[in-house]
Design a protein around this ligand. Structure first.
Ligand code: 464
Length: 300
């Protein structure tokens, strides 16, 4: 199959912007299908020494090959002299964050439904030995049927082995990188886990921490850890300084409290073998059939 080129697409509006990429809505000239094309400037990537992250995202998306409905699909990649292009799934209904802000917060049924889809997505990532490391409502999209699609694997890590949590001397590659260049990776302040702050050691449990933060935000409209600077936010995280608004549903509260645990190995699900049975069995998901979640409830 011939490699695509930019002229195979009609580029439309910008639908996403990151520090190293711009995402455009684009239409395939032959098929009229819509895609999200992530464009990266080669010179910027090289200057900022981010090539490793770009290569990692492509490798991770290839591993994920989107057999899971809750992960964006990488259809193709191509380049021109100055840019790299990733042709990805277009999620028509945009970022979860925009919908949380639009409705102020989600009701119990919507919070529970999207928490279930996130659990299923995290189980798939775990089965492929992928840690996302930057999960947040901006990186969770809604497709045309309002199912979630997780995106932005630029910060992801491929776990070497299941018992990776035991320090086998092979440090987290970002630690090695940080030892080399002292710029160890950290996710987005409000969602970063304590272990990534302290030892820059991430594991599947780091994504469970972020899940706790995201569920808190869906159910309350607010992030659990906020502050005037990253340093103040980091302090609150390391001190587990957050509180639930009055009237917060007790089942969701208990679920979040079991995820926002400083010690990663003690988080709900951290010691589960394959599926996150400890999460599935929590009272928050009582009456849920994880094998058939049914259609998404109308957002409200
Ligand atoms: N860093 C990354 O990898 N970023 C990516 C990757 C893939 C990708 C990606 C980002 C996408 C972002 C995206 C953004 C949007 C979008 C942007 C702006 C407006 C809208 C929009 O108004 N959609 C209609 C529904 N709105 C949504 C907001 C509340 C009111 C109703 C959608 C749709 N999809 C996408 O569709 N696919």
């Amino acid at each position: 199959i011939r490699k695509k080129t930019p002229s195979d697409f009609i580029f439309g509006k910008v639908i996403g912007e990151g520090s190293f990429s711009t995402v455009y809505l684009a239409k395939d000239v032959q098929t009229n299908k819509e895609y999200a094309i992530k464009v990266l400037e080669k010179a910027h990537i090289i200057r900022e020494k981010k090539s490793e992250y770009v290569m990692r995202e492509k490798e991770v998306l290839r591993i994920l090959e989107s057999l899971c409905p809750y992960i964006v699909h990488l259809y193709s990649t191509f380049q021109d002299p100055g840019r790299l292009y990733f042709v990805l799934t277009y999620a028509k209904n945009g970022e979860l964050l925009k919908h949380i802000n639009l409705y102020k917060k989600f009701n119990f049924e919507c919070t529970r439904y999207y928490s279930c889809e996130l659990v299923l997505a995290l189980e798939y990532l775990r089965s492929k030995k992928i840690v996302h490391r930057d999960l947040k409502p901006e990186n969770i999209l809604f497709d045309h049927n309002f199912h979630i699609l997780i995106t932005d694997f630029g910060s992801a890590k491929i776990e070497k082995s299941e018992d990776n949590d035991i320090n086998d001397g092979t440090e987290d590659d970002d630690v090695q990188q940080s030892n080399r260049r002292r710029n160890s990776f950290v996710g987005t302040a409000q969602f970063v886990s304590p272990e990534m702050l302290q030892e820059s050691k991430s594991s599947y449990a780091s994504d469970l921490w972020a899940l706790g933060c995201i569920v808190f935000q869906m159910a309350s409209g607010q992030m659990p850890f906020v502050g005037g600077s990253e340093y103040l936010i980091f302090q609150k995280i390391l001190r587990l300084e957050y509180k639930f608004p009055d009237g917060f549903d007790e089942r969701i509260k208990d679920f979040i409290e079991k995820l926002l645990v400083l010690e990663p190995t003690r988080r709900l699900g951290a010691s589960d073998e394959t599926t996150y049975v400890s999460l599935r069995k929590h009272e928050f998901f009582e009456e849920v059939d994880f094998d058939d979640l049914g259609p998404p409830p109308k957002l409200s």
